[in-house]
Design a protein around this ligand. Structure first.
Ligand code: ARG
Length: 461
């Protein structure tokens, strides 16, 4: 297919052509729908300011809907000669509609087109990630509630330290994921600004209505400065991947714990047989390999993050082709995190504690600190109590673990985990994320059908 910039004077060298399309040959396939949505909003705006006649807008809408139909049937895939998805969409419209197709690119550039495509892609993916993350947190809270009073040794330096509980362990991860949710939310907000109208990086000498476009696309508002809009390419992706990397850090820690606690040495938890794999040589093996992969993939996402930030560092302002190289690590990060969350949720849902093994592991030395505090309550200074217990560890009396768990009554301790508040927070946020995802999908369906609609933002920056 012809390039948008070809003037018929020279033909691009084939080696350079293939090198330049690079990853876009595959990754731009994910931007077909966003590119169509951006084009629909842009065309409506062009009609509103009189650049397009109403019937021209109708024709463009029909052409763009046709692309969505073809895409849904797998008939709109990138081909080697297509420079990028923006070129493919415009070429299709020109072939179908002639001169009307040639008007759609008025007042825009592929530079702001790719920006808006990525923002729309990210809007959906961030909400999908929030839902997956909160579903995983919900599984952890359920597990924590169910086994709130199951005693479990707590470790520091990987050595038995003090009495803890399965509820404390699982609740800790639920809380960690809720923090990660806040990071995803922050990334969502930073991504939620429409860059369309910034064009190549410097706007256009036409009275375009950027707010109308932002409203039609369901953004919170317009990303104001045209040059900053372009300079935020990759920066926003970097911020999203930073949040995603935090999610992976949480999952990798959880994965490590699950692997450790399911070994025959610990034997604290069992994972369903439907989730474990075997060995081709050792008949007895049950491998929790999906958790090993989650652990490894945390590093992979950190690597993607490094790729994105590395491409950005020191780039001069305005569009640079280097940005294209951030697309693959960005989209791969999103896919990796979504897959890791789904697998972790399934694993947590199948975990079964072995209460007998857990209790047997709660050996008397776990209560050494408790004993010292008993002496403190009798008026012995802590350092003296510490020494007294430290030299008579073999004399520690047996303790009722469950009762001891209940005695830890201060906020956040095993007897007062606040699991109900956590459950409420997860449920509330999950419902909100699902509602937001439905809302944005609905908003975009209206854009496709041409229904008038209110903007979703009304914000200013
Ligand atoms: N595929 C390009 C990218 O991802 C789209 C923008 C192309 N712009 C240009 N001036 N060549 O960055």
């Amino acid at each position: 297919m012809s390039k948008l910039w070809e003037k018929g004077t020279a033909r691009l060298d084939a080696l350079i052509e293939g090198f330049e399309i690079g990853d876009d040959a595959t990754y731009d396939n994910r931007l077909v729908e966003p590119d169509v949505l951006g084009s629909l909003a842009h065309a409506e705006m062009l009609a509103a300011i009189g650049v397009l006649a109403p019937e021209e807008l109708d024709q463009l809408r029909e052409g763009l809907r046709e692309i969505l139909r073809l895409h849904a049937e797998g008939e709109f895939a990138m081909e080697p000669g297509d420079e990028d998805v923006h070129t493919k969409v415009e070429n299709f419209l020109v072939t179908r509609l002639g001169d009307v197709g040639k008007k759609i690119h008025t007042a825009r550039s592929r530079n702001d087109q790719v920006l808006v495509d990525l923002r729309l892609y990210s809007k959906r993916k961030l909400l999908e990630t929030e839902v997956a993350l909160l579903e995983c947190a919900a599984a952890l809270v359920r597990f924590a509630c169910k086994h709130e009073w199951a005693p479990m040794p707590g470790y520091t330096h990987m050595q038995r330290a003090m009495l803890s509980s399965v509820g404390t362990w699982a609740g800790a991860y639920a809380e960690m994921l809720l923090d990660d949710w806040s990071l995803l939310e922050a990334a969502y907000e930073l991504n939620d600004w429409s860059p369309l109208g910034s064009a190549a990086s410097y706007g256009v000498p036409l009275p375009i209505d950027r707010q109308l476009v932002a409203d039609r696309l369901g953004f919170a508002g317009v990303q104001n400065n045209v040059l900053y809009a372009q300079n935020s390419r990759g920066k926003v992706e970097g911020m999203i991947v930073q949040a995603l990397a935090q999610v992976m850090l949480s999952l990798s820690k959880l994965a490590q714990d699950v692997m450790l606690f399911t070994t025959s040495e610990y034997g604290f938890f069992h994972v369903s047989d439907t989730l474990v794999t075997g060995s081709s040589i050792m008949p007895q093996k049950k491998n929790i390999s999906m958790m090993e992969l989650v652990r490894a993939k945390a590093h992979i996402v950190l690597g993607y993050q490094q790729q994105i930030l590395g491409v950005l560092a020191g780039l001069p302002s305005g569009y640079n082709k280097d940005y294209q190289e951030t697309k693959r690590p960005f989209m791969d990060s999103v896919d990796t995190v979504l897959a890791a969350l789904a697998v972790t949720e399934l694993t947590v849902g199948s975990l079964e504690p072995d209460e007998e093994r857990l209790l047997a592991a709660c050996t008397p030395e776990l209560y050494a600190t408790d004993r010292a505090y008993e002496l403190v309550q009798q008026g012995v200074p802590f350092r003296d109590a510490y020494r007294q217990v430290g030299v008579s560890l073999h004399e520690l009396p047996p303790v009722d673990a469950r009762e001891s768990l209940r005695k830890r009554t201060h906020q956040g301790a095993s007897g007062n985990l606040g699991l109900q508040a956590q459950e409420e927070a997860v449920t509330r946020r999950l419902a909100a994320a699902r509602e937001r995802l439905d809302g944005i999908e609905h908003h975009w369906r209206n854009l496709v059908s041409g229904e008038p609609q209110k903007g979703m933002g009304g914000n200013e920056r």
